[in-house]
Design a protein around this ligand. Structure first.
Ligand SMILES: [Zn+2]
Length: 346
């Protein structure tokens, strides 16, 4: 279904503005309007980024390819390692110097401040598999991956967003510094320096600097990091979203990342792209821990899973509550450097 068709079908059930429910209490509209600046921006970015692929093979020197790959990688790392696992879910604690590095890396992803990213992601977790999820988790991959980015939130979602608890980030100086000076940081680190470097330091073409080092990089980073909110359609176990003859079935049967992550989001080993314990971001967090820059890595042992499940059966309490409780208790008993002997505590 196209964005327009979806808009029309939704507008039949939800009038714009404020509605009245049966008990005369004002009820905010759940209709999401198209954000035309975003639509135009993404059309341009896709055209320029795809042209960047042509320039990449015809008019780009190898140094720019390496440079672009490097910037793409650190942008993705800033979102997965920083915004997602550190700031959204506190799956580990970072030193101030590591926070500053991750903040600059996240700025290189060009998708808004850490504060706003985390706020939206927390609402996504709170409303997962409901119609209030900003990333359409009850619909299709294309809704979550594309339409969510080109529509404004509904008045109802805006109200829910305001209620998201962000006190932890509001007391984080690095996050609030980036929030305050975001557009300056964005322009200098995300736009100016990547375009300037190929021209200034290794005399590459203007086309390579603009269409490869900027447009193509932006397109790749955005799509990779959007997967944090939409990949459950690809790597999930819900068979509604994939044909059984899909080549992805191998990956699907090897992992259950989305289901696990939405149950226990604080485990540092849950990779955003379908892995558990083996992804690049997980590896980087272990390296940061070995260097003393990251501490308190949170994870869930198999024994804690068993304890949590038994407790849920015995007490009739919610499974997630019992798993979280058992996981937190197990963290008190395993050594703080458990990431060095992960096979022993998996
Ligand atoms: Zn998450």
């Amino acid at each position: 279904m196209s964005a327009k068709e979806t808009d029309e079908s939704e507008s039949q059930t939800h009038s714009a503005g404020v509605q009245n429910s049966s008990d005369n209490k004002p009820k905010l509209s759940t209709k999401r309007d198209s954000s035309w600046p975003s639509v135009l921006f993404y059309i341009h970015l896709n055209i320029l980024g795809l042209y960047g692929i042509v320039v990449l093979f015809t008019n780009t020197c190898f140094t720019t390819v390496i440079f672009t790959s490097f910037l793409t990688g650190i942008g993705i790392l800033g979102v997965t390692c920083g915004a997602h696992r550190l700031w959204a879910h506190h799956s580990y604690t970072a030193s101030t110097s590591l926070k500053i590095v991750l903040m600059l890396c996240q700025t290189m992803a060009g998708q808004g401040s850490i504060y706003d990213w985390v706020k939206n992601h927390r609402l996504h977790h709170e409303t997962f598999r409901t119609s209030n999820d900003p990333y359409y988790s009850e619909k299709e991959f294309i809704d979550a991956h594309v339409f969510a980015q080109i529509r404004s939130l509904s008045p109802h979602q805006e109200e829910m967003l305001k209620a998201v608890d962000m006190k932890d980030l509001e007391s984080d100086k690095v996050v609030m510094f980036q929030k305050r000076f975001y557009w300056i940081l964005y322009f200098v680190f995300f736009v100016l320096l990547p375009i300037n470097a190929p021209l200034e330091y290794w005399n590459d073409s203007v086309q390579a600097a603009i269409f490869v080092a900027f447009s193509l990089r932006y397109l790749i980073v955005l799509n990779a990091t959007w997967l944090v909110n939409s990949s459950h359609f690809i790597w999930g176990l819900d068979k509604r979203y994939k044909p059984s003859d899909s080549n992805m079935i191998f990956l699907v049967t090897k992992t259950n990342w989305p289901q696990y992550h939405y149950l226990l989001p604080w485990d540092y080993q849950t990779g955003e792209f379908g892995s558990y314990g083996t992804g690049c971001t997980t590896g980087f967090i272990r390296v940061f821990a070995a260097l003393g820059l990251a501490t308190d890595l949170q994870t869930m042992t198999s024994d804690a899973v068993k304890t949590g499940l038994i407790r849920a059966v015995d007490t009739n309490r919610p499974v997630v509550e019992c798993l979280t409780e058992a996981g937190r208790e197990a963290m008190q008993t395993i050594p703080s450097d458990h990431y060095l002997t992960k096979d022993k505590y998996k």
